[in-house]
Every structure is written in structure tokens, then in C-alpha cells.
Unconditional design. Structure first.
Length: 271
């Protein structure tokens, strides 16, 4: 029997067992109680409270504006719904860069105030001190390399990262460093599939891909993208499993029409 069908609660240890046994890991984002409950009941292993909430929940152009307090609010809502999955919360921009003490304090606040199980942090060797400090407090850390959205103004584009050897070599070194520090997993975002395969095979910890090909140990998508709630965002790596935008739009139009026609509520819907 597979590891993920045996467990009542996914832990970092279970994820490592899944990697060791060659079982793929499913990861999705969630930002509120109702959506998190559906995601968890569907059997997703890792539920990411991503700083992508800045985009899909608040309408910002980038992930940068979301605050630590807002991330804790979203994480708290998700944790209350989740019974099985491992909840990972992004440390938002400005809560850890350049100051390992602030990074630790931010991670502690997330864990204490939301009840989440772990945090995710973007970057490699440049954030090694912050990662180490967080880990010394017993807080599990997931790394994030490749396209790191919090550095969008540094990159200037959301294009594929690490296509050239210099950047690819840094990514290899960063991945090994994060493992050496004690991260339980690493996300690789929007990098060449061949490089992602190489990194996944070189690391003993799980590697989760998004736009990084099929050879990673697991995959993650933003739930609003894979359910087709967002319109117009269709990168190559996105497989859209539903078109909820169209379904919801149609349902709401029918609701409005029924009210206009005085057919809602009817006698059966009255007390």
C-alpha cells in the first residue's frame, strides 16, 4: 500500500518516505477555510498558504505587498480546515531578508498564531543564516529556488530561470546548501526540466516542481489557476482541470435572472 494512503496526518517524515519509495507528492495552494477543506478532503499532501494570496485574493500585481499579519490570517483560516495535509506558509517579502533574527521572529509568529506546520522561504546561500536560525527553533523549512516571485523586480521578468550555465550552477549549489542546512523539501519554479531532473536526483530530500517538468518528486499549482477561476493566465506549465470562472459566471447570471423574473424565491423556498 502506498505511503499517502496509510497516513492520517502528513508530516515531513511521511514526505521523505514518499520520496524514498518513488511516490509523487501532490501540493496545492489554499487561502481560506472553505477551499482548504475541499483541497484537504481530496487528498492533497501539502497545502501551501502562498504569498500568491497577494495576487489571487487581493488583486495585487506582485506578491510583494502582502504582510505578515495577512499571511497569518490566511494561514489560520486554512489550518482550521485541514485534518490531513501538511500546511506550509510562505514568509512574505520583508519578513526575513537580510535579518536572521527578524526571520526567526516572523516564522515563530506564523507557527504560534496560525498553528501551521512549517514555513517556506525564497532564496539560496544568501538566506542561509535565516534558514539556520529558523531551523534551530524546531520549525520545519521548505526552500524555494528558480523563479522566486519576491525578487521579480530584480529579475524584471517571469521568464524561465537558470537557462544559462552560470545561473544553473548557482541553483545546484543553492539546492545542496538548503539540504545541508536541514530543509525538508525544496520547490523549483520555472526552470528547465533537465536541470530540475538533475537536482531532484542529486538531493535526498523531496523536490516539488512548478513549471519544472515531470521528474520532480511532486508538483504544485495555484488552485485559482488549475480550477480556471483566473482568466487569461495560461502559462505552458499550467494544466487547467476545470473552468470554474465560466460555471460561476453562469450560475450567478441565472441567480440574477431568477430574481428579475420574480421566480426566486418560490413557494417551496418560503417559510
Amino acid at each position: 500500500m502506498s505511503v499517502h494512503k496509510e497516513v492520517k496526518r502528513v508530516t515531513t517524515h511521511i514526505l521523505q518516505e514518499m520520496k524514498n519509495r518513488g511516490e509523487k507528492i501532490a501540493m496545492l495552494t489554499a487561502y481560506d477555510y472553505s477551499m482548504a477543506a475541499i483541497v484537504d478532503e481530496a487528498g492533497v499532501d501539502i497545502i501551501l498558504v502562498g504569498d500568491s494570496a497577494s495576487n489571487v485574493m487581493a488583486g495585487h500585481e506582485t506578491t510583494l505587498p502582502i504582510t505578515l499579519d495577512q499571511m497569518i490570517y490566511h494561514a489560520s483560516s486554512v489550518v482550521r480546515a485541514v485534518k490531513r495535509g501538511l500546511v506550509v506558509v510562505d514568509l512574505p517579502f520583508g519578513s526575513y531578508q537580510g535579518n536572521s533574527k527578524e526571520a526567526l521572529n516572523s516564522a515563530i509568529r506564523i507557527m504560534k498564531e496560525s498553528g501551521a506546520h512549517s514555513i517556506k522561504i525564497e532564496g539560496g546561500v544568501e538566506i542561509a543564516e535565516s534558514v539556520s536560525r529558523i531551523l534551530t527553533a524546531g520549525i520545519p523549512v521548505m526552500g524555494h529556488l528558480g523563479l522566486t516571485p519576491q525578487s521579480i523586480y530584480k529579475f524584471g521578468t517571469y521568464t524561465v530561470r537558470a537557462k544559462h550555465e552560470t545561473e544553473a550552477q548557482k541553483l545546484r549549489e543553492d539546492a545542496l546548501k538548503l539540504q545541508e542546512l536541514g530543509c525538508f523539501a525544496v520547490v523549483l519554479e520555472k526552470i528547465p526540466a533537465a536541470l530540475a531532473k538533475e537536482v531532484s536526483e542529486s538531493l535526498s530530500i523531496p523536490v516539488i516542481g512548478i513549471g519544472a517538468g515531470s521528474h520532480c518528486d511532486g508538483q504544485v499549482l495555484v488552485i485559482h489557476d488549475m480550477l480556471g477561476i483566473n482568466k487569461g493566465f495560461k502559462p505552458r506549465f499550467l494544466r487547467q482541470y476545470a473552468n470554474l470562472n465560466e460555471i460561476m459566471h453562469g450560475a450567478i447570471k441565472s441567480y440574477v435572472s431568477d430574481i428579475r423574473a420574480k421566480s426566486f424565491p418560490n413557494e417551496k423556498e418560503e417559510y
